[in-house]
Design a protein around this ligand. Sequence first.
Ligand code: UN1
Length: 499
Amino acid sequence: MTHQDILKACGLTSAELSDGTLAVRSPIDGAEIARVHETSADDMQSVIARSVAAFKAWRDVPAPRRGELVRLLGEELRAAKTELGALVTLEAGKITSEGLGEVQEMIDICDFAVGLSRQLYGLTIASERPGHKMTETWHPMGPCGVISAFNFPVAVWSWNAALALVCGDPVIWKPSEKTPLTAIATHKIMMRAIERFGADAPEGLCQLVIGGAAVGEALVSSRDVPIISATGSTRMGHIVGPKVMARFGRPILELGGNNAMIVAPSADLDMAVRAIVFSAVGTAGQRCTSLRRLIVHRSIKDDLVARLAKAYSSLKIGDPREAGVLIGPLVDKGALDAMQKALSNAKVEGGKVHGGEVVTSGVPAGAYAAPALVEMPTQSATVKTETFAPILYVLTYDELDEAIALQNDVPQGLSSCIFTLNIREAETFLSASGSDCGIANVNIGPSGAEIGGAFGGEKETGGGRESGSDAWKGYMRRQTSTINYSSKLPLAQGVKFDI
Ligand code: UN1
């Protein structure tokens, strides 16, 4: 399919693709593929007002009925999987299988959320007073602003939107300025589901706004948008988090990661190599869960580095649409420059760099690089910094305690893993004194999480949780009720206050 075919298959009209102010480039060859229209900051107040009005209707629609809308969204996504996956590839540069995988992740979260729509369980709590009971009820919270990043241009919206919608919250989505086309295409899919759902869905239930900082700022600073779920850099989180907190809104932040794998002497190295390669170079190292640090036992380091260097040399780099290619482009030239800068800094800090060169031959005109393996003498400043590129720093350890300390000694806390066949080591890694990350795996890599678990991490990763488990509670308000069915009015804690 040509890129015009893909845009057409996704229902994007030429009016939507031209004459706008925001230029969209495909990372594959850097060529401009559209100029989309931006939402003006002046329009944001009416966007938010529509969302507030939609909330008043949507919160009263029974949750299982709200789930029906998400079920229809899942159906529409299934029908559109091929073309939307292809558009993810075109606009974000992912290889075909990962573009499709991203849409599958959207479908999965819809299925999860449909089930959830009948399981927004509260508690009954024992009261200390006779003739009393306590309950806890979860209520819809209000409009949810979703600010998403280029690297998962549509899945991140779906983790938030599927949950927010069953929880009774309207959604306003501001996608990355680098990936508005996938957002427009997804919004159309959502609108098809709404159309099929019928009149119970209020106008303004799901809105899309396209633009830069001013549009984001309007969402972030509005008291009418109680939830802001923002995915992106720690730098962005430093701006968004405090602003949302300052108005007592609820931020759900998914920021940087600096994910490590500990490889213990007992590890199955064949499996470890496969896991390392996928998680370090998949998506060209541009997942927030990408593997960035390898902490290898000294006794196996040379063997593992040699195997990795061999595996790296066989990886096909190029046009992500081509069969066999595993490493597509970085998102843009800026990302390539940042990668090269990190590599030269690592050298200054004593790093021995294998690979990492800019690739220009045999690839289209985008920003392509060979993945880099960098043996480091210490966990230096560069290693502690997240660079969104396929760079894997290799460190060594002698004792597990030391490996865990290295794993934890970075500002970020998203994902982590250990390869070991030793149950003591595995359980120590997962224990309270083990990995400090939101995700800690055994014998699989740090990336490619399923939607069933809560997704997110600690420290500079921002603390938010999205997707599975009870992350839905982040989209609702909790109400505690004490009900007195007796004819007396005893006070808690035995307090006497007779009048
Ligand atoms: C991200 O990079 O922002 O765990 C999300 C994973 C994917 C999600 C990554 N399911 O790698």
